[in-house]
Every structure is written in C-alpha cells, then in structure tokens.
Design a protein around this ligand. Structure first.
Ligand SMILES: *Cc1c(COP(=O)(O)O)cnc(C)c1O
Length: 482
C-alpha cells in the first residue's frame, strides 16, 4: 500500500514541472490559445472511461489534450477583461490549500483556515481603511460578494420595517426600492435576482453626462421615497475605471436611511494608493462593499471579498443551526458569514499575497499598473486612426480604431475595431478584448497583472503598430457591408 501511495504522489512533482514550464514559456509563447474549443472537444474522449489509469498518465493525457487551449493570461501582455495575474506565493498556497483539503466551513473542521481567514479579514480592513467593526466574508468572487452583502441589506431593511424575511419569505414582504447606475456591472443585478428582486424593482439612478450617478438627481428621487431603499454605487467602472462620487452620494443616501452597497470589484485597491485614493474617499461609510481579490490583489481564481458594516444583520442573514454543527466558542465559523456550506480555504492564498507584497508593495503594484495603463493608451494614441475614448483614470482605458475612409460611419469604425482586436490577438504578442461603450465598439485595456512591465507595453504597441500597417497596406475589408 505504502509503495503505491508513494508512486501516486509522483504526480505532484510532475504537475509542478508543467507549472514551471507554463510560467517559463510566458515570454516566448503566444498569449492567445493555439486552438479553439472545437479542436479541444475533438481531442477529448467523449466516452466515460470504464477503467482508471495511474495519476501520472491522467495528468499527461489531460495536459496533452488541453494545453493548446490554455490562454497565456498570466503573461504581462494580457490586457483583456480585468484578469489579474497570480502572485507565485499565492499560487503555491493555492496548491497547498488543495493538498490540505480543509473544509473551511467551521472552525472545528479547520482551526487554521478559520484563524487565517480572521487574520486576512482584519488585514484587509486595515489595508483598505474600512470600518474596523465591519464583518467580512471570503467568497468565490465579486458576484457572490454582492449576493452576501445584498442578502444582509434585504434582511436588515425588512427587519427595520417589522418584517422577518426568513420566516415569512418575500411573498407579502414590504416593497423595497433599488437604484443602480446605468452602467452597473450586471453581477449586482444578477445577485438581486437570486435574492428575489426583479427588474421592475430596480431603477436606473439619474446620471450625469459622464456616466456617473448624479447626486442632486438621486437626492430628489430618494426624497420622494417612502419604502426602504438600496442604492448600489460603483467604485471602478469595468470599462473606464470611473468612480461614482462616493463622498457626496453616501451621505445623501444615509440621510434617507438607504442601504448603500458599493461594487468595488477592482477599484477598491486604489484605496492603498496615496496618488489615487481621493477617487474612493467616503467608501468607509458604505453599508456594504463587494470586491475581488482575484483581480487587483493578484490571488488566483477564485477569490472575492464582502465587507458589511452591520455585522449582526450579516450574520443573521447567513447563519443556520443544525444539530451536527458544533460551534466552538471564541472562534469564527466561516459558514456563518458566507452563503456556501462546505467551502475552500481561500484565506491561505490571500494571506500569501498580502504577506508577499506588504502594504507598500500593494500600493506600488497599483501605482505601477495605473502608470502603465496611461503609457499604453498614450503610445496607442500616436498610431494612425486611433481614437482614445477613455484615458485611464486608474488602470483601465478604451480606444477605438477608425476606418479612415471619409464616408465611414460608426458601424465601419466598429467593424475595424473588431478586426484590429482579432488581428492583434492572432499575432500572439498581446491579447485584448472588446466591449460596447456608449453604444459603440471599443478595445478595452486593463493593466492588472504584477508581471506586466514597461517592456511588455512596448511589445504590445509594436504588435498593434504592425497590425495597423498590414490593415492599411492590404486594405483589408473591414467594412460592415456583411
Ligand atoms: C469583475 C467585476 C464584477 C464581477 O466579479 P466576479 O469576480 O467575476 O464575480 C463585478 N463588478 C465589476 C466592476 C467587475 O469588474
């Protein structure tokens, strides 16, 4: 027995070799995946295996079949979506988290996971200068952090109206009013849907010309409201990185007893930057804040953060008692604060990331990324027929590639932008994603990976320049004439 177990364990070193190979190749490998889904589907055996094979062979088989379909998103030249890199200490602790395989539901099922989670919760509140009394939860991502925060909001607002939603459910509950910004990330409205709130209850707040929530307009709306209200603000728009004016908006909402929830998926980390923190001033007064650690803290997927200033409402909205749960006194049972029951011990990777960088290192990473995003957009803007739609406020920017035909219309600029993104990604030198912003198609630029260096920016710009030259030489058809 011992011998076969020993043999099985060889697979761990084997996997570590593959990890090493992946990371070593980031410099020279194309950033894109080499093959598309169809090809990968063809390679995988569709039939359920009747008999097993040794662990080494399992890993070998799967790696051989899927490796070409892996994006080199850990590369410093990956600027698509908002995908953080993974710090190596955090990655290593993620492996150990699997090895230790703790069920981080209860402190008795993992005293270490429970305490490490407590430690990182306290560290994060201090790092991000949130209310010390806030409770927190480590979730799978910002989506589930929204869910956790908004469940607490629902419970608290209905309790204040004399209604116990846990006992009586939402049928027959007093009506809640909910305001979101016009550009709110759909993960918050999706969380509301899971909590029983439909789109008819969710109203778009009055907006300013630059796509942010208008303080006076919101104040007028809130003044008319009798019912309990939730207002969802944005700290770091997914496209532009813009921030609602929290400093003005939150006191307005609080004056009307509204619950203020902030979507700060990546924007929360500008709180660590002495250069950028003015953008997020006032967030400490929000009732709840949802964020991601797998974006700007560079913890591997998946890792989300919820902070709630009403710890009692938070706990009441999540806690459950069952006969076999044996709460240990003086300890924190993570499942009392989270929607999951059995759960991964996410605290270990978070601990590692914060410990590796320290407060100063996190501030430097945030500042470097903001600077490199500005540099990247500036260099792209010097190329022909480029329109900058949004200069980086933080680490996000938007550009568009215009069709220089004098009769070209918006659809033609859209088509050229789509084509240029596709061709850049095909070079393998850099990887970007597209987005629709204010009704037009744009290339989004997100710098959010600790590996990105100014040299990566220059390589990306050279690739874009090459693509634009080839497009104009070949006069490639990108017009929208289908
Ligand atoms: C990424 C993102 C989300 C969703 O976060 P997940 O971690 O994918 O659940 C929500 N809001 C904003 C602003 C985001 O950037």
């Amino acid at each position: 027995m011992a011998e076969s177990q020993q043999k099985n364990r060889e697979v761990l070193a084997y996997a570590a070799n593959y990890a090493n190979r992946y990371l070593t190749r980031l410099e020279q490998c194309p950033v894109k995946a080499k093959v598309e889904t169809e090809e990968i589907r063809e390679r995988l055996e569709p039939k359920l295996p009747e008999y097993g094979i040794p662990p080494n062979e399992v890993v070998q088989e799967l790696v051989d079949n899927v490796e070409d379909g892996i994006l080199h998103s850990a590369s410093g030249r990956f600027f698509a979506w908002v995908v953080g890199g993974a710090l190596e200490s955090a990655m290593a602790m993620d492996w150990l988290t699997s090895c230790w395989d703790q069920n981080a539901a209860l402190s008795c099922s993992s005293p270490a996971a429970s305490v490490v989670e407590e430690t990182v919760g306290e560290w994060l509140k201090e790092l991000l200068e949130l209310d010390k009394e806030s409770s927190f939860a480590l979730t799978t991502g910002c989506q589930m952090a929204h869910f956790t925060c908004l469940a607490a909001a629902r419970f608290e607002l209905l309790s204040q109206a004399g209604y116990d939603v846990h006992q009586s459910g939402l049928n027959g509950a007093p009506r809640l009013s909910i305001f979101v910004g016009a550009n709110a990330h759909r993960s918050s409205t999706r969380a509301l849907r899971f909590l029983g709130f439909g789109s008819e209850q969710i109203k778009v707040a009055p907006m300013t010309g630059d796509g942010l929530i208008c303080a006076q307009g919101l104040e007028r709306h809130l003044a008319k409201k009798q019912e309990p209200t939730i207002v969802i603000l944005c700290a770091g728009d997914i496209n532009t990185g813009a921030f609602d004016n929290l400093k003005d908006l939150i006191p307005i909402c609080k004056k009307r007893q509204a619950w203020v929830h902030v979507d700060a998926a990546f924007g929360l980390f500008v709180r660590t930057s002495s250069k950028k923190r003015g953008l997020i001033e006032g967030i400490e007064l929000a009732d709840s804040v949802a964020a991601d650690a797998h974006k700007w803290l560079n913890v591997p997927y998946d890792s989300g953060l919820a902070f709630i200033r009403h710890s009692e409402a938070h706990k009441k909205s999540m806690v459950i008692s069952a006969d076999y749960i044996s709460s240990t006194e003086n300890s924190r049972d993570p499942m009392d604060w989270n929607p999951e029951w059995s759960r991964r011990a996410r605290g270990f990777s978070l601990y590692a990331a914060i410990r590796e960088l320290g407060r100063a290192g996190i501030e430097k990473m945030v500042d470097d990324h903001c600077q490199m995003a500005a540099y990247l957009v500036e260099e792209i803007s010097k190329l022909p027929d480029v329109e900058v739609l949004s200069e980086p406020i933080i680490n996000q920017g938007l550009v568009r590639f215009r069709d220089n035909n004098p009769t070209a219309a918006e659809v033609d600029h859209d088509a050229k932008t789509r084509l240029v993104i596709k061709l850049i990604n095909e070079t393998g030198e850099a990887f970007f994603s597209g987005t629709v912003w204010a009704g037009i198609y744009a290339m989004r630029i997100s710098v959010v990976n600790w590996r990105t260096t100014p040299n990566d920016i220059e390589r990306a710009v050279a690739a874009i320049r090459g693509v634009l030259e080839s497009v104009s030489e070949q006069n490639l058809k990108f017009n929208s004439g289908c």
